[in-house]
Design a protein around this ligand. Structure first.
Ligand SMILES: [Zn+2]
Length: 127
């Protein structure tokens, strides 16, 4: 099993790929839910947009100003969100986001946590 958080100061190949070409960048014109969050410690600012079709996410996009780890975390999260219900989204953990990335350096854990917070903020917005 892939470890979620690793004692390393370099990013995995997967993380570097997401940083080079983040997935699902931009805004959704008529989102059903918008979540926002900031990370004062590394200056990350994140907005997440979700569009649902029925009970499931049809589209997830994000806008980011921040470090590589939050870029990769949000890129992974928007990939993971597709097709999920609100209940399934609520169950996503920072560990799962980090695992999806092939591991994140332990000192960047707060970035995966911010991704989860922004997701939950969006779900509150929808409710
Ligand atoms: Zn960060």
């Amino acid at each position: 099993m892939t470890p979620a958080f690793v004692d390393a100061h370099h990013y995995s190949e997967t993380v570097l790929g997401h940083i080079a070409e983040p997935h699902n960048v931009g805004a959704i014109e008529r989102p059903d839910a918008v979540g926002r969050g900031t990370n004062p410690s590394c200056g990350d600012e994140v907005t997440l947009y979700l569009r649902f079709e029925g009970e499931r996410v049809a589209e997830a996009k994000m806008e980011i100003l921040g470090c590589g780890a939050i870029t990769a975390s949000m890129s992974a999260l928007t990939d993971m969100a597709g097709g999920k219900t609100a209940e399934e989204l609520m169950a996503i953990t920072p560990e799962q986001i980090a695992e999806h990335l092939g591991g994140l350096p332990r000192h960047k854990r707060h970035c995966a946590q911010l991704a989860q917070r922004v997701l939950r903020d969006a779900l509150k917005d929808r409710a």
